[in-house]
Design a protein around this ligand. Structure first.
Ligand code: SF4
Ligand code: FES
Length: 236
């Protein structure tokens, strides 16, 4: 008989009128190296087809299956079952409105991403061919372009829980820093001016949950500190 694993999964059906609750499930270990997403798929395909969650790539690239797993944010598709305390508590990402079961409304998160204007801004005429970068200039966007916008960092941040209407949060600020550091972009002053605000940027209190929860091992706190340094430097 297969080894069984125990889970408790957050359930919420807005049409039922019932309060959210944790539903216990037992699923078999179906393969070596089984991931949490495999267990959720087993529940959906074999036990309860109404369980609702997002997923797409299954390999840590699309960022759609960010969840709170035993109290820590992470991607279900790359989180091994082995080593997780049981019953494994699976909840939606914290601090966001729940649409159904494990699916949260990401609109505010993406709106904050849009607020940092995450695209190349140029005011001088574009060259005929590509805009050249030295290898050293290119390395300055390492550690930020890899972000997959899973929201694990932002939704693990107490400052964002408390002031998420005005504090942009770690993911948006990591992307702001990505464009500030990009040698091809010509809007650094404008970008820093937009961020220099008691809430938008300075609500980061170095709690560092963002770094702990990032499945891509990125460091939004360092990116935020870099923006603060750049703001200070242009004043001196
Ligand atoms: Fe996800 Fe990491 Fe990007 Fe935050 S910085 S959105 S945790 S990939
Ligand atoms: Fe794409 Fe997990 S399903 S990151």
């Amino acid at each position: 008989m297969s080894e069984m694993i125990r889970l408790e999964v957050y359930r919420f059906d807005p049409e039922s009128g019932d309060k959210p609750y944790m539903q216990p499930f037992e699923v078999p270990v179906t393969k070596p190296g089984m991931k949490l997403l495999d267990a959720l798929n087993h529940i959906k395909w074999e036990l309860d087809g109404t369980l609702t969650y997002r997923r797409s790539c299954g390999e840590g690239a699309c960022g759609s299956d960010g969840l709170n797993i035993n109290g820590v944010n992470g991607l279900a598709c790359i989180t091994p079952i082995a080593g997780l305390r049981q019953p494994i508590a699976v909840r939606p990402l914290p601090g966001m409105p729940v649409i159904r079961d494990l699916v949260v409304d990401m609109e505010h998160f993406f709106d904050q991403y849009r607020q940092v204007q995450p695209w190349l801004k140029r005011y001088t005429p574009m060259p005929e061919h590509e805009i050249l970068q030295s290898p050293e200039q290119r390395t300055r966007i390492d550690g930020s372009y890899e972000c997959i916008l899973c929201a694990c960092c932002t939704t693990s941040c107490p400052s964002w829980w408390w002031n998420g209407d005005r504090f942009l949060g770690p993911a948006a600020l990591l992307h702001a820093n990505r464009w500030i550091e990009d040698s091809r972009d010509e809007a650094m002053g404008e970008r820093l001016g937009q961020l220099e605000d008691a809430f938008r940027l300075y609500r980061c209190h170095q709690i560092m949950n963002c770094m702990e929860s990032c499945p891509k091992e990125l460091n939004p706190t360092a990116a935020i500190n870099n923006i603060k340094r750049k703001i200070l430097a242009r004043k001196s």
